[in-house]
Write a protein that binds this ligand. Structure first.
Ligand code: F6R
Length: 590
């Protein structure tokens, strides 16, 4: 997704902005650009493709802005890349201006010429037209005409050491170090640069000027804000060999151990009332986090006997949901910046529900909006495809399930005292990797796959299939094993790969039946189970033995071989798992 950086520095700023942009590369983008203020006015370099295309003689100047663009309005091209310039102004923008077509038509009828197809260019035109000598007022006036979401950082040639920034519905953060002041859309951009940060809230503006950052409302009144030290989970991540995705899978045991330690220190008393009394629980999330939320539904309904309604956040927000002040809303988001999840949480809050967030980023918009935040300790997740954050989301949500049960019936689930076994079990799951590599080599040229499961295994199957789709570009569907015979079996023919996750003793025979039905139609069958009998006696052509754990905890580790399988398939097919096409790390637009 799009990324913003900006800097007012004691020295030349180009390199600082360039480095910060490289730190945003993991988020997915298709073009990049930098604008710097200097004696010539505004110097701009912007290019389709990688940030490295911006290398070259750095522009002189200590104040500048930069951007990585993920195309929404207009194809990836040099012209559509940000910054956009109009007269004395240069602007970078994240978000979507929903009324841009009407604004653009009006500006064209007034004689303006556009040089890009973007919605963003209208903003810089509006600022330029509103300008009568007061930079800040011009930005406020322009923002007043926008509908939709935006985070912007703007330069004005008349204000040589100033950046004016505004936020509405898209994250924007101020940062400070001894020798420079910053703006960024994502804290990792400032890793190793800023020591202190302060996120802006919706409707707020800030001016970065000579030695100070000043937060203001639209009337220009100062807003008191507190800067906090950059949290350890946002410190720089690097990979010396292999890919970030491989590294992050290898980090799962440590991430689980850290998250468990942090959960054990978390005081749940502030949300005790909601956990005890909520009449209904709602959970909403997107993508991988949605699969974790679905697993939470299963666990919480079975343990706490409380109805849990789980939604894709993008659906929840447009459903006029039946949620109210007696309900608990659980929002799950690794980044804490996913637009759909944030909007769903805002809606739940507006309806009076208690909002509890599960996120990896303590300073995220979601954590700020929530009444209570559980912050997992997965550490920075740089690969676009989520891996260790999924395992940690599950851990947080299972821990939350245990708290809900405790506050309701003064009893913990019987697996609660076994959570400490998870890091070692995750490590043991790595023992499957040599076999998984063999499986990937066999299946790398397949065009489609089914992943089956029953009960909790359906969620694991869905997550395994999502990983394969998003990084190996193979169509895969996670499916309830019992549903196969209701139509989908028609797609199974000779050699079609069907993989079953089977971790429930009670449901094993049923899952194996589904696999047998597929096998009878010629499928190449694979089974993942912690039960040796299932591996040797089922009809599977290929088996993978999972580590033994209490059954209810299996989803936290049974997904690991599937994460690794997707990564191997991706690499064997010649793709980069860290930068999948058309997928961004945090999806900050609708
Ligand atoms: C999948 C993936 C996405 C995210 C989804 C939600 O590997 O990374 O599906 O899970 O965009 O992101 P967060 O959790 O940041 O809200």
């Amino acid at each position: 997704m799009c990324g913003i950086v900006g800097c007012v520095s004691a020295e030349n700023c180009y390199e600082k902005i360039f480095t910060a942009l490289t730190r945003l590369e993991y988020r997915g983008y298709d073009s990049a650009g930098i604008a710097v203020l200097n004696a010539d006015g505004v110097s701009v370099r912007k290019k389709k493709g990688y940030v490295s295309n911006l290398k070259g003689k750095p522009f002189a100047g200590d104040t500048g802005i930069g951007h990585t663009r993920w195309a929404t309005h207009g194809k990836p091209s040099d012209a559509n890349a940000h910054p956009h310039v109009c007269g004395k102004f240069a602007l970078v923008h994240n978000g979507i201006v929903e009324n841009y077509a009407a604004l653009r038509a009006a500006l064209v009828s007034e004689g303006e010429t556009f040089f890009s197809e973007t919605d963003s260019e209208v903003i810089v035109k509006l600022i330029s037209r509103a300008y009568t000598g007061d930079f800040f007022s011009a930005v406020v006036q322009a923002c007043g005409q926008l509908k939709g979401s935006y985070a912007i950082a703007v330069l004005c040639a008349d204000y040589p050491r100033e950046i004016v920034c505004a936020r509405q519905g898209s994250p924007l953060i101020a940062g400070a170090s001894r020798d420079a002041l910053y703006v960024c859309s994502d804290v990792p951009a400032l890793c190793g640069a800023a020591e202190y940060i302060c996120p802006a809230c919706d409707g707020e503006f800030f001016r970065i000027g000579e030695g100070e950052i000043c937060f203001l409302d639209k009337a220009g009144r100062q807003i008191e804000k507190t800067f906090v030290r950059v949290a350890p989970e946002n410190r720089a991540a690097s990979v010396s060999a292999g890919t970030f995705m491989e590294k992050e899978i290898a980090e799962i045991p440590r991430a689980l151990a850290d998250t468990l330690e942090s959960l054990q220190k978390t005081d749940f008393a502030p949300c005790a009332r909601a956990l005890r009394q909520a009449e209904r629980i709602f959970a909403a999330a997107c993508g991988t986090a949605l699969n974790a939320a679905q697993a939470f539904k299963d666990a919480a309904e079975s343990e706490a006997r409380c109805p849990v309604f789980c939604f894709a956040a993008s659906e929840f927000r447009y459903r006029d949901p039946l949620i109210g002040e007696k309900d608990l809303f659980v929002a799950v988001s690794q980044s804490g910046e996913t637009a759909d999840t944030l909007e769903a949480a805002r809606l739940a809050k507006a309806r009076g529900a208690y909002v509890l967030a599960v996120t990896n980023i303590a300073q995220s918009s979601l954590a700020a909006l929530a009444d209570f935040a559980i912050v997992m300790r997965a550490g920075p997740e740089i690969a676009v495809a989520a891996t260790k954050s999924y395992n940690c989301q599950l851990l947080c949500l299972y821990y939350l399930t245990a708290q809900i049960k405790f506050y309701r019936v003064q009893e913990f689930p019987d697996w609660f005292c076994r959570l400490g076994e998870l890091p070692a079990a995750a490590e043991s799951a790595f023992g499957c990797f040599p076999q998984i590599s063999v499986l990937a080599a066999k299946l790398k040229n397949e065009r489609a796959m089914f992943y089956l499961g029953r009960g909790a295994d359906v969620r694991t199957a869905a997550e395994g299939a999502l990983k394969l789709r998003e990084i190996a570009y193979i169509f895969a569907e996670g499916y309830a094993a019992g549903e196969l015979k209701h139509g989908t079996l028609a797609l199974v023919e000779d050699g079609f790969p069907v993989l079953a996750v089977s971790t429930s003793e009670k449901l094993a025979a049923k899952t194996e039946n589904a696999l047998a039905e597929a096998k009878a139609r010629g499928a190449f069958t694979v089974i993942l189970s912690q039960n040796e009998r299932a591996i040797s006696e089922s009809c599977a052509d290929f088996g993978c033995l999972l580590p033994a754990l209490p059954e209810k905890l299996m989803p936290l580790v049974s997904v690991i071989p599937l994460q690794y399988f997707a990564c191997r398939m991706c690499l064997l097919r010649g793709f980069d798992p860290d930068k999948p096409r058309n997928l961004a790390k945090s999806v900050t637009v609708e």
